[in-house]
Design a protein around this ligand. Sequence first.
Ligand code: SAH
Ligand code: SF4
Ligand code: F3S
Length: 448
Amino acid sequence: MTRRYHITTFGCQMNKADSERMAGVLENLGFQWSETPEQADLVLYNTCSIRDNAEQKVYSYLGRQAKRKHEQPDLTLVVAGCVAQQEGQDLLRRVPELDLVMGPQYANRLGDLLEQVFAGEQVVATDPIEIVEDITKPRRDSTVTAWVNVIYGCNERCTYCVVPGVRGVEQSRPPAAIRQEMEALGAQGYQEVTLLGQNIDAYGRDLPGVTSAGRHQHTLTDLLYFVHDVPGIERIRFATSHPRYFTERLIRACAELPKVCEHFHIPFQSGDNEILKAMARGYTHERYRRIIALIRNWMPDASISADAIVGFPGETEAQFEQTLQLVEDLEFDLLNTAAYSPRPGTPAATWENQISDGVKQDRLQRLNHLVGQKAAVRSQRYLGRIEEVLVEGVNPKDPSQVMGRTRGNRLTFFPSEIAQVKGQLIPVKITQVRPFSLTGEVLHPVYA
Ligand code: SAH
Ligand code: SF4
Ligand code: F3S
């Protein structure tokens, strides 16, 4: 009888990419995808620990599966990802029904770990290791767009953040391996690749080789030049950028290379220099503003998104207003906002100057309100324009429409037949704009 598996993924794009690789490993072992966890023989939770609510969600899901295991003892229960790394053995103590607890660095080694599990062991794999290159083909969710990891881990020490603790030290993949993966994707018909790293600007600093000027030989900029002509791949994106290491050289490469999309995701976290210092971010709001000005100088239409945290320990009303001011001045296309959440093992969680939940929620609401206003203004510029949309699927709210993204990463809907346009770059005339999405129509003279 075929064994079936289900994976539930929480968290960021890294986790989504890891889940696709783990699904690839499972299918290689003969497992088949099950739409629901209830019908699966192996249930895997790929977890996120960035904020407390993300972590708590995992425990409620796990409780349900642990109960099921009492009726179905051959059920295999796996917890992977960032909560697994953070909690390790403690997770087994909390949920003794678990078979395998594995940190993110072990995603490619799921097969070996399961071998031990099927031999009857309960396994915890959280020791830091060197990440192995992919040996199996990932089972990708999309046939149009794909993630490609370029650097794992993070060497920063932002005082609020669990990522360095759970993802480990930076490990860059060799440029040739990245190009090879992209070539295979291009040959399979993928149109778009997003290069991934928690701090993608750090790419290559752990690889051997420096130039005569003392610069690392394999920077993100060099990587873009190295991969931009991969046949079949028409769009290249990358995330996440760190303002501390962001260079004008990179902006120039983006402006120069036609396949690199005009979209930058550069979190600023706070608009106040004292808070930025307490966060150990390594830049000032002035530097951040200069980066955005440089981008707009080189690429006036580039879309810019970011992340911000409100209610960091000690944040005063005046300091919060500096964040509002930055958003007012820079007009982001999209801003992911979050109330500060104290995380285990991070310095800021131990500080005494924590902000009350009420104040955090109030600031979050005020910031979100402004973000919506600014995004609406930014969307206006698309009205009446012709935008290139890469079609990914059907609009789940209206099956007569398909959806995709513009080069600037705006979600766009238009009436069409998915079978005819999936995976294609279609010029769409924008007829309606909303803060975070657009609606348009196909230019009939071109696509009759
Ligand atoms: N590497 C990226 C971000 C990674 S985490 C960077 O350096 O910007 C994604 C986002 O989660 C962060 O940008 C931050 O805004 C948010 N975040 C991280 N830790 C948080 C915490 N403890 N509380 C609230 N938000 C947090
Ligand atoms: Fe976390 Fe900072 Fe690393 Fe981003 S750069 S992952 S916020 S420690
Ligand atoms: Fe979450 Fe881990 Fe990503 S903590 S945001 S899944 S790196």
